[in-house]
Design a protein around this ligand. Structure first.
Ligand SMILES: [Zn+2]
Ligand SMILES: [Zn+2]
Ligand SMILES: [Zn+2]
Length: 121
């Protein structure tokens, strides 16, 4: 159980990237032949609920990555290699100026493009 948890976290620690449940399952299946998709999926959501992983919807699919900070933050996501860069500020204080009478329950903010490596490739 502990080993499996370590393997899941090692998978996410490898790169600054978002992965789907399917990506993780493909990796886990090579280490634990016969492991069920449900088990992997449950673990994934548990770590997300615990705040170890953070998530976003990309191309209509939920993606997960290692949580990269205690402070609220956003990300740049490279369209070519999928690598991310943390953006340690939030534009919401600006946005809220236009929403005085509104109750705000959440927000999404992501920047997409090409990372410096992919621009030279
Ligand atoms: Zn992050
Ligand atoms: Zn890139
Ligand atoms: Zn924010």
């Amino acid at each position: 159980m502990t080993k499996r948890r370590e393997d899941i976290l090692a998978f996410f620690a490898k790169e600054d990237k978002y992965y789907t449940a399917k990506d993780l399952y493909a990796y886990m299946e090579t280490n634990y032949p016969g492991i069920s998709y449900d088990t992997v999926y449950r673990n994934l959501h548990l770590y997300h609920d615990l705040g170890i992983l953070e998530s976003t919807d990309l191309r209509a699919e939920k993606h997960f990555r290692m949580n990269c900070g205690d402070q609220h933050h956003h990300h740049f996501i490279c369209n070519a290699c999928g690598k991310t860069k943390k953006v340690p500020i939030c534009p919401m204080s600006e946005v809220e100026r236009f929403l005085h009478a509104y109750q705000i329950d959440g927000h999404k903010f992501e920047v997409y493009g090409l990372c410096p490596t992919c621009q030279t490739a």
